[in-house]
Ligand binder design. Sequence first.
Ligand code: PMP
Length: 424
Amino acid sequence: MSQSGTGQSGADLALPEADWSPASLRAQFPILHRQVNGHALHYLDNAATTFSPLRVQEAVAGFENHSRANVQRGMHQLGVEATDAFEAARGSAARYLNAASSEEIIFTSGTTFGVNLAAHCLGQLLRTGDEIVVSVAEHHSNFVPWQRLCERLGLQMKLIPVQASGSLDLDGLETLVTERCRLVAVSHVSNVTGSVTDLKTVSRVARRRGALLFVDGAQAAPHGPLDVQALDVDCYAFSSHKCYGPTGVGVLWVRDAVLQTLPPFLVGGGMIERVTCEGTRYLHGNRRFEAGTPPLVQAVGLGAALDWLMELPWPAIRRYELGLTTRLLQGLSAIGGLSLVGERQPQGRAPIFSFAIEGCHSHDVCQILDDYGVALRGGHHCAQPLMDSLGLTATSRASLAVFNTREDVEALLHALQRTVELLR
Ligand code: PMP
């Protein structure tokens, strides 16, 4: 993903560029070397979930085989080691996001949980007549929780429209975000079009009106370290499984000044200060939002994945990715009847490409591509309001990870050409 305006920071810990090549990266992903339907695997469904490098798998196995115990309550050596590993993972997440402190990091089960947590807790601070602004391009995970909150509390939900490309149309934002608006919720990167939201503009308008800014970072976080302070947002959620980490864990970052105002979400063990038969006092800070045994093994894996991502030479990776994007966009535009949904220029976008082919259903397209070992996602991508706005029901979507190569792109273009010939 291009760096400009994304809040994506360079990686200070990065390996020298000379030590990096797609082949050296691919060696860390044994799954890439399997076959599918008699063909080499060309995995281009990374926006749905991606793979874990050996280093992450080894970190998980090392924790399982050496230090597994419950955290924050162990009165023994293993409990101390497990807590240290868990808190080290929190530190990695804080560094990855350039959070002011690891105290601002809440471990969740993923982006969906993070949005629901925020909607529930922030919702308790809202009153009938307050407004929430959400974009029409959101993944259902960053749409339905806010919609439901509005229905429950009698809030007004206003929608940022999209341009014909599917990118957010921010021209009317000053008017849309009124003094009654308490929260704006947008994604950093669209899971359908790869379009990058101009968060600085959204944040400037939200700040002027005194509204909080919640960001769904599920599709931005996999593309390199971020800087939530420079982006000037209030909450940022992402999932581990799209960031080369294990499933079942994610991060919700909340700016400390906001975090301190929030009531609890789930209640139970691990988040209390004192419980009596008469009532309960809750812990302050991030632990207030981590009731019960957290996904500690997965969090350790996520910490390893984020450390691994921070060591990658991002400038070199972005140059390589730009080459793949340019070729992919050019190849897609040469396929008859194919229309790309999203920006056509290779710069300033994430490597997520949705397209519709006249006369071909996306499920059929994906099924035939699979016969060639090419894995894509087809459907509405959990973004039905966006699909409705664009007059579409479904698209096929290719999404790149750091291990994808020119061969993957060529395999897709070749198989796509064959698919079109077969279906039309
Ligand atoms: N937001 C966006 C933009 C996404 O792409 C996704 C996953 N497709 C989600 C939210 C939900 O993530 P998860 O299923 O990991 O909670």
